[in-house]
Design a protein around this ligand. Structure first.
Ligand code: NAI
Length: 283
């Protein structure tokens, strides 16, 4: 797919960060947009700005973890536009810290949003995409956490690995319907995710809130701009790429893990040691 004029693009988590930038990237190429997010104000702002730029926009407050809300959203999108050319399952949340500090509720929430959100997107949109003339494309936003394990990130890695596995398997079966599937795996991106990040463990001598703020600051200073990921998402649809990494960290994680897993593990153990200030424990 190269020409997006008049195409219909669905994006979840579109109120801010990568999702908002992706709406701008497809909108700038002439696509109509169907946007979902839980964040009402940011979504309203995005809708107004994109309408102001002359785009056709349907924006709905939708929690991707709730099947009934995603079903209603999908029905509205089909009712209004009659087709979906590109589905971007982008909404996600982050959680950092050690497994021993997690509650089961933490596991449930991150799986609900990051995995069930993508499942709901695929379940309610993809089957109809397979039946429409001209096929379509699904982009699932995973992370470098799907390409190699990261310290203090078991839950996030588990969810993003699930998204990668789902996407790669779907890609094989979707091809027979003319539907492409790409997985986009960014490294560190300067978005609002640092603000909403849930920390279950603090760094040594720091509270969980202080640790979260330090990560948020690092992400803001060193992260890639979300527009860069948005362009990678558009590029994945244009080229039909299988997996796309964005940013030097994602490239390094992918390359090193492929090269040698024991060395990769040793590097990540060193990273963890540095995070713990050489104490070997965060307590
Ligand atoms: P963000 O926090 O700026 O944007 C995420 C959006 O998703 C927000 O507008 C939020 O309100 C929405 N959202 C959260 N839960 C939702 C739910 N249950 N239903 C509907 N919408 C919901 O974060 P960012 O960075 O733009 O994240 C987008 C995706 O990129 C996520 O899947 C994230 O895991 C992934 N990612 C982000 C990286 C980063 O460093 N920022 C790196 C790698 C992947």
């Amino acid at each position: 797919m190269k020409d997006f004029r008049g195409r219909v693009v669905v994006i979840t988590g579109a109120a801010g960060g990568i999702g908002r930038a992706t709406a701008g990237a497809f909108g700038g190429r002439g696509a109509a947009l169907a946007l979902a997010d839980v964040e009402r104000d940011g979504l309203a702002r995005a809708e107004e700005e994109l309408r102001g730029a002359g785009r056709r926009v349907l924006a709905r407050v939708v929690d991707v973890s709730r099947a009934e809300e995603m079903e209603r959203f999908a029905n509205e999108v089909w009712g209004l536009f009659g087709r979906v050319d590109v589905l971007v399952n982008n909404a996600g949340i982050a959680l950092n810290g050690f497994l021993e500090d997690m509650e089961l509720a933490d596991w449930r929430r991150i799986l609900d949003v990051n995995v069930w959100g993508v499942i709901h997107g695929c379940h309610y949109f993809y089957p109809r995409m397979t039946r429409q003339a001209g096929g379509g494309h699904v982009v699932n936003v995973a992370s470098m956490a799907a390409l190699g394990p990261l310290p203090a990130s078991t839950a996030y890695c588990a969810t993003k690995s699930a998204v990668l596995g789902l996407s790669e398997a779907l890609r094989i079966e979707a091809a027979r319907h003319g539907v492409g599937v790409s997985t986009v795996c960014p490294g560190v991106v300067a978005t609002g995710i640092g603000r909403s990040l849930k920390m279950v463990s603090g760094a040594p001598g720091r509270t969980t809130e202080e640790t979260r703020r330090a990560i948020e600051t690092m992400m803001r200073r060193h992260g890639a701009r979300p527009e860069r990921v948005a362009e990678a998402i558009v590029g994945a649809v244009e080229s039909g790429a299988r997996v796309v990494t964005v940013g030097p960290e994602a490239f390094a994680v992918d390359a090193l893990r492929r090269l040698n897993r024991p060395i990769y593990d040793a590097v990540m153990t060193r990273v963890l040691g540095a995070m713990l200030g050489g104490r070997g424990s965060h307590r």
